[in-house]
Design a protein around this ligand. Structure first.
Ligand code: ATP
Ligand code: MN
Length: 511
């Protein structure tokens, strides 16, 4: 027998011990063998053979124990060493599985709780030790230890220092702060032997991680602003939930990425109290703040949302856009204007019926090459819809153009009404004038001879009788009307009667 292990040496039973013991050899006993000893040795050989039938786990870490002068006389210590080795291997394997399981996914699941080794003693603790020993060039007095004692098994005799030892643990916790949170001043390194209790350490660790996540979130915002990234994990989760709830069967690709929203196609599922159409459109309002800011004016002065606007944070305001579109669509639906039917609103996601077929959205009027007959029909339909919108729905579209009118089923459908306002909105009439100009220009250019000019259209839609010789004067008159309305609101503290009260057709207010 040599010092390190048992090498090919024949014993009385004739078996050969080929394995090298990793922890050295017990002191050779020279006493003559008794029968019981022979028996137990046989048993040992048998056990050893049985054991070697199991595959041996590859040792990824450096062997814990090297050198010749290791005391192997204590069974307890041997057992602890083995257990330690086993735990480390187990955790290494767990890490591998965790890595494989999570892949590149942004959302990862931690296997931390299944680890054998106490969280403070993770497998790269050896690295940690090196780290923190490097950072402290003897900050302690000469009587302070410069290295941590080996955990668990390193002590001599019965004097075992475990990793749970309060002092060791406290010092280690303090040192570890430097590893993951150098920004936290733990007050160490100036001769103070500071020991952080596990409780304090955990609290600090938690705090640092949530801080890191928070700052990561802030940086991510930039990423979210690109069209493709408009759907952040939270939004995706909301979408998954809708599919999970069966409202939608699935959500297909993206139909459009606009300025304020991303629109998806979804296959309809079912709901308890509502029939979900076979094809749906999901309008996801962008959660970025840059673009929607330009639209403040639409919602800020809309008396319906005025109360709430001042108190809300930007995220909630975005939800209000979705809510606004839902209300406006509902009013239009009620008046019988062809438009998407609202299915459900979930935060900033509006699910509505899909205008189109087989996942192909209906073309915009801009893209359509209509026959002159159809174009003429489209014009009269749009004129009628604008009147209905104003007079029955008490709304001004405020972004009406050939881009927000779809051609489907031989007629025009109005979409995109999140910015629509009531005519008494401080800029409502200006918005209407802009709409009229877009419509009038488009149909006149398309060769519809019946198409009215912008002024006539404005009066025909609003029922007002604004007369002016120039555009500037016309707009000045419009602004005057708006001003009068503002004054009325200020004086009476409530919504003014609609403009058309002085002579125009009656307005059915459905609120
Ligand atoms: P943009 O900035 O381009 O105006 P937006 O953010 O205002 O976009 P919408 O105009 O409502 O959003 O929708 C964008 C596009 O998505 C539309 O032009 C249309 O092609 C498609 N779309 C929206 N809603 C529907 C729907 N219900 N059915 C079919 N297609 C739709
Ligand atoms: Mn649009």
């Amino acid at each position: 027998m040599d010092q390190i292990g048992i090498t090919a040496e024949e014993n009385e039973t004739g078996s050969v011990w080929k394995t090298k013991s990793p922890w050295g050899a017990p002191k050779a006993v020279v006493t003559p063998c008794s029968l019981t000893e022979v028996m137990s040795e046989q048993l040992a050989v048998q056990l050893d053979e049985e054991l070697s039938a199991f595959p041996i786990c590859p040792d990824v870490n450096e062997p814990l124990i090297t050198g010749d002068n290791i005391d192997t006389s204590s069974d307890l210590k041997l057992a602890q060493m083995l257990q330690m080795e086993f735990d480390r291997e187990f955790d290494t394997q767990l890490r591998r599985e965790e890595k494989k399981f999570n892949g590149d996914s942004k959302v990862s699941i931690s296997f931390e709780n299944y680890r054998m080794v106490h969280p403070y003693d993770d497998t790269d603790s050896s690295e940690d030790e090196v780290d923190w020993q490097d950072t402290r060039h003897d900050p302690y007095g000469p009587d302070k230890p410069t290295t941590n004692p080996r955990k668990g098994f390193a002590g001599k005799g019965k004097n075992i220092t475990t990793k749970h030892d309060e002092v060791v643990c406290g010092r280690k916790n303090t040192a570890r702060m430097e590893n993951f949170a150098p920004e936290v001043q733990v007050g160490d390194g100036i001769g103070m032997d500071l020991k952080l209790s596990n409780q304090v350490f955990n609290a600090l660790k938690q705090h640092c991680y949530s801080e890191q996540r928070r700052s990561a979130r802030l940086h991510e915002k930039k990423e979210h602003s690109t069209a493709e990234q408009a759907v952040d994990p939270k939004t995706r989760l909301l979408m998954y939930k809708m599919v999970n709830a069966g409202i939608l069967e699935n959500i297909h690709g993206c139909i459009s990425t606009g300025k304020e929203s991303v629109v998806f196609h979804g296959k309809g599922g079912s709901m308890e109290d509502k029939t979900v159409p076979e094809e749906c459109a999901l309008k996801v309002y962008k959660t970025t703040l840059n673009e929607f800011k330009n639209r403040d004016k639409y919602i800020k002065d809309d008396y319906r949302f005025k109360e709430r606007f001042s108190k809300l944070n930007p995220r909630k305001i975005i939800r209000m856009w979705a809510e606004k579109e839902m209300h406006n669509l509902a009013r239009m639906q009620k008046a019988g204007i062809p438009c998407p039917e609202v299915i459900i609103l979930k935060k900033h996601i509006l699910v509505m019926s899909f205008i189109g077929e087989n996942q192909v959205p209906a073309p915009k009027l801009k893209e359509m090459r209509l026959s002159s007959e159809d174009m003429k029909g489209a014009y009269f339909q749009v004129l009628h819809m604008m009147q209905q919108l104003y007079q029955e729905c008490n709304l001004v579209h405020a972004d009406l153009s050939e881009y927000n009118m779809l051609w489907h089923d031989g007629k025009v459908w109005l979409i995109d009404v999140s910015q629509s306002v009531e005519p008494t909105h401080p800029h409502g009439l200006e918005f209407l004038f802009r709409d009229c100009r877009n419509v009038s220009t488009f149909f006149q250019k398309a060769g519809v001879s019946e198409a009215m000019n912008v002024y006539d259209l404005f009066n025909a839609v609003s029922g007002l009788e604004v007369k002016a010789d120039s555009e500037a004067e016309f707009i000045a008159q419009i602004e005057l009307l708006e001003k009068m309305n503002e004054d009325h609101v200020q004086k009476h503290g409530k919504k003014a009667p609609s403009y058309s009260d002085d002579g125009g057709p009656p307005i059915i207010n459905d609120d």
